[in-house]
Design a protein around this ligand. Sequence first.
Ligand SMILES: [Mn+2]
Length: 353
Amino acid sequence: MSSKRVANLRELMTKMSIDSFLVTEPLNIYYLSGFTGDDGLLLVTENNQYLITDDRFGQQVKANHSDWKFCNTRNYLKTACELVEKEHLVAMAFEDVISYQNYDFIDENSSSDIVPVSAVIENLRAVKDQDEINKIRESCKIAGKGYEFMLQNIHVGQSELELSNEIDYFMKKNGTEEKSFETIVASGERTTWPHGTATAKLLEDGDLITVDFGYYYQHYTSDVTRTFSLGKQSQKVQDMYQIVLEAERRTIEAIKPGISGRELDEVGRDFIEKKGYGKYFNHGMGHGIGLDIHELPNVGSRFPDIMESGHIVTIEPGIYVPGTAGIRIEDDILVTETGFEILTAFPRNYHAI
Ligand SMILES: [Mn+2]
């Protein structure tokens, strides 16, 4: 797995006329090597691959990463620069999100040219292999159980925080490791805040409730939102729900290789605009998921990203009308060779408890 990914990176390096690549972003380090230590970096050269870290991780590197040359050092960047010099390399790529301090260091100490690059490994990560798909599929499956658990256990008088903590416990008990973002539990008027994380507010009869949660399963996350009702909603709110649901359905069904994030956004947004709620849909349509909660490709009006088989994206239209209600529905979709597969295929119809 690791060797295939490194080979893919080397192929890109050749195209970019780069003969060494300094990998500093932790998720990219994990992606290429499987190394989970929270300190260190990788240097991939034409003929060698180095895992540069220190003693604290020595045992785990020897046990799990024998395919990498282990450089045991405290000064990671200095060692990387020395290796580049030793191999007589001429152009070292570095990820352009490093700190200014680190940039300054390699600028001063590297014998080769240094070349800032943007989202090179992130682009490789966007296309999932079978192993990654299986992990995200499992995370989605556990999320489905979590939603069911929520519907069965939620009750008037419980606080948003209590519900959030119960979801947390349930998800972890069912095989996930950690949440990939602060779980959103917004009830009543707070549903009109698209990113309202849980508060001490108590759930009341008649509250609409939005829950948005994502948990890592073996390092890969899902990202799901459901909006449902505790008690009865007005016809207007129920109609709003159907509009979001239909916008989501249309967008999902448009997914296929070759369509852009911008075009997908348009499908759902046009429908919501036609129904008169355009100005209440104030965020993008979705994003890739994987090792990170937000990764490539982007799905939104500003993004030309083209969908490819193996991408996994969220589709999450929402409308938020202050004083009335906020509704968002979000699912995780695998782009397949012929179209799409919904990985979060659990109920999304309007549901009142
Ligand atoms: Mn999302």
